[in-house]
Design a protein around this ligand. Structure first.
Ligand SMILES: [Zn+2]
Length: 300
C-alpha cells in the first residue's frame, strides 16, 4: 500500500433530506388517496343498487352495456385521475428542483468537509460548475418523471380494483380494505423514491464535486444500514475505483448508489498529491446562473 496515499471519510447521503422529501411525497399520495376514496365511496354507494339489480335480473351480460355502472364508474374514475394528475404534474417540477438544490448544498458541504480533512486544508467548492449542473439537471428530470408516475400507477391499480368490485357486486367493506392496501403500496413507493433518489443524488453530486476538485479515485464503501445487502456490494467495500469509470461489479461498471436501493457510498482517495489535483482544485469554474441556483436561494 502506498504510504503517501490519502484516504478521506466516506460521503454519506443526508438522512434529514430523505425524511423531508419522503414527507412531501407521502403528503401528495395521502391527499390524492383521501380525496379519491371520498369520491369513490359516494359513487360506489350510488351505483351499487344498479349493480345489484342487474346482477339479479340479467346477470353479467347487462354489465357490458354502454350504460352499465361499470362504464359509468370507469369514466368518472378517469376524470378523477386527470384532476389528480394535473395537481401532481404542477407540483413535480418545483419539488424536484427543491430536492436537487438541497441535495446539492448538502452533498457539496459533506464533500468539502471530507476533502478538507483529507488534504489538511480548506478545499474550495465553486458554485454550480458545468459538471455539477449536468448532474443536477438529470436529478431534476428523473425526479419529475418519478413524481408524475405516482398517480399513474395508483390509478391504474385502482381502475382494475374498481372494475372487479363493480362486476362482482363486492361490498363496501371489502372495497375499503382493498383501497387501503392500494394506499400502502403508493406510500411505500413514495418512500422508496425518496430514499433511493436521495442516495443517488448525494452519490452523483459528490462524485462531480470530487472530480471538480481534481480527485480521480474513490474507495467503495458498503452501507451497513442496508436491510438486504447485495453480496457483491458487500465484497466491494474498500475497493478503489476511478471516479470517471466506476467499479466493475457483477460484470458492469457501476457507481455507488446507482442501482436501485443501493446505499453504498464513496470516500475520496488520492494516490499522491499531484500538481494536477492541486491545480484542478483551484480551477473549478462557476457555471452560468441556473433555475437550480434560484431555487437554492429561495429556500423551501
Ligand atoms: Zn450497494
Amino acid at each position: 500500500m502506498n504510504r503517501r496515499a490519502l484516504r478521506g471519510r466516506d460521503i454519506k447521503a443526508d438522512v434529514g433530506l430523505r425524511r423531508k422529501y419522503a414527507d412531501k411525497l407521502v403528503a401528495l399520495v395521502t391527499e390524492m388517496h383521501r380525496s379519491t376514496v371520498y369520491w369513490l365511496m359516494a359513487e360506489y354507494k350510488r351505483q351499487l343498487p344498479r349493480v345489484e339489480k342487474l346482477m339479479a335480473t340479467d346477470g353479467a351480460m347487462a354489465l357490458a352495456d354502454d350504460a352499465s355502472p361499470a362504464r359509468d364508474m370507469l369514466a368518472r374514475l378517469r376524470q378523477q385521475m386527470r384532476r389528480h394528475r394535473a395537481i401532481i404534474d404542477e407540483k413535480a417540477q418545483g419539488y424536484a428542483e427543491w430536492f436537487a438544490a438541497r441535495a446539492n448544498s448538502g452533498a457539496t458541504a459533506r464533500t468539502k468537509a471530507s476533502l478538507s480533512e483529507m488534504f489538511g486544508f480548506t478545499v474550495g467548492m465553486k458554485g454550480i460548475t458545468r459538471n455539477v449542473n449536468n448532474v443536477l439537471q438529470s436529478v431534476i428530470a428523473e425526479n419529475v418523471a418519478l413524481i408524475k408516475s405516482i398517480p399513474e400507477k395508483y390509478f391504474t391499480e385502482l381502475e382494475g380494483l374498481v372494475m372487479r368490485s363493480v362486476r362482482t357486486g363486492r361490498d363496501i367493506a371489502t372495497l375499503t380494505d382493498e383501497l387501503e392496501h392500494r394506499y400502502d403500496v403508493a406510500r411505500d413507493r413514495a418512500l422508496l423514491i425518496a430514499r433511493d433518489q436521495n442516495n443517488k443524488a448525494s452519490a452523483s453530486i459528490s462524485r462531480a464535486r470530487m472530480q471538480d476538485a481534481g480527485v480521480e479515485m474513490a474507495i467503495w464503501r458498503h452501507s451497513s444500514r442496508a436491510k438486504h445487502p447485495r453480496p457483491s456490494h458487500l465484497e466491494a467495500d474498500g475497493k478503489i475505483f476511478p471516479l470517471s469509470e466506476g467499479l466493475l461489479i457483477d460484470g458492469e461498471y457501476i457507481f455507488p448508489g446507482e442501482e436501485i436501493n443501493c446505499g453504498c457510498t464513496a470516500a475520496p482517495y488520492v494516490e499522491r498529491m499531484t500538481a494536477r489535483s492541486a491545480e484542478a482544485m483551484n480551477a473549478a469554474k462557476q457555471a452560468p446562473d441556473s433555475p437550480l441556483r434560484r431555487a437554492e436561494r429561495s429556500g423551501e
